[in-house]
Design a binder for this molecule. Structure first.
Ligand code: FES
Length: 120
């Protein structure tokens, strides 16, 4: 089971193929996911410090392409299926954005053995 290090916050393990945003949230970290894991809001963004986060999904590329401050290591954690040990920096947390009221709708689970997001 891959280990996930959230830099400066916590560590956890994640079932292989599970969406990273869910592993982070289930570790008790208040990561935002305001669009419910649909690659529309970017509030679930992370910087990948170490490890292979896998391919960028088409929806993720389209959305990150419109982020002015995009970095080479920026990913949307709702679009990552964990296959490797990862060290990430969580970008946006509810505690730092209390005006949002809640983290957002919980993203659905994806089939762990399916390589791309399921069709809506
Ligand atoms: S882009 Fe909105 S939750 Fe990931």
């Amino acid at each position: 089971m891959p280990r996930i290090v959230m830099e400066g916050i916590a560590e956890t393990t994640c079932d292989e193929g599970r969406r990273l945003v869910l592993c982070i949230e289930d570790a008790g970290v208040d990561i935002l996911h305001r669009c419910g894991g649909n690659a529309r809001c970017t509030t679930c963004r992370v910087e990948v410090i170490d490890g292979d986060p896998g391919p960028v999904t088409p929806a993720e590329e389209e959305r990150l392409g419109r982020v002015e401050e995009r970095t080479a290591t920026m990913r949307l954690s709702c679009q990552i299926q964990v296959r490797d040990e990862l060290t990430v920096r969580v970008g946006r947390r509810l505690r730092d954005n209390p005006e949002m009221g809640d983290a957002g709708p919980r993203p659905i689970e994806w089939p762990a053995d399916h390589p791309l997001p399921p069709d809506d």
